[in-house]
Design a binder for this molecule. Structure first.
Ligand code: 5GP
Ligand code: ZN
Length: 114
């Protein structure tokens, strides 16, 4: 999609610090990490928000979580733990409107989130 930051990273128009890629997803380091490890996992297909999910996105959504599992393992987080988060729209503070799974770890976190 035109003028989408994460589509531009996917297309190589904007540099991304890419850590993982397969046919369905791309993962790169967050530019403003909130923890020692903060990786964004995006579907290669542009989907603006979780509200835009459709039946045919089932495999892609599964691939996002399989990528999270694989990256967490590679980063040594599987045992210590990590958090995966999707923010949807204003109240959750979604700022980039191409869905992305935050993979956050490497420190003790609190619950509930703010
Ligand atoms: P949201 O608030 O939409 O859930 O998360 C957007 C995330 O994208 C934020 O954590 C923010 O730091 C990250 N971000 C914003 N611009 C860029 C960028 O140009 N490159 C990368 N790698 N991350 C970005
Ligand atoms: Zn996009």
């Amino acid at each position: 999609m035109l003028d989408c930051l994460f589509c531009k990273i996917r297309d190589g128009e904007i540099p991304g610090d890419i850590v993982y890629e397969n046919d369905y997803v791309l993962a790169f380091n967050d530019i403003n990490p909130v923890a020692p490890i903060h990786i964004l996992i995006i579907p290669k297909e542009h989907i603006s928000t979780l509200n835009d999910l459709e039946e045919n996105h089932t495999q892609t959504m599964g691939e996002l979580f399989l990528a999270a599992k694989s990256i967490a393992s590679k980063e040594g987080l599987s045992e210590s733990g990590y958090r995966t988060v999707f923010n949807c729209n204003e109240d959750a503070q979604q700022t980039v409107f191409h869905i992305h799974l935050h993979l956050i770890g490497g420190r003790k976190m609190t619950w509930p989130p703010g």
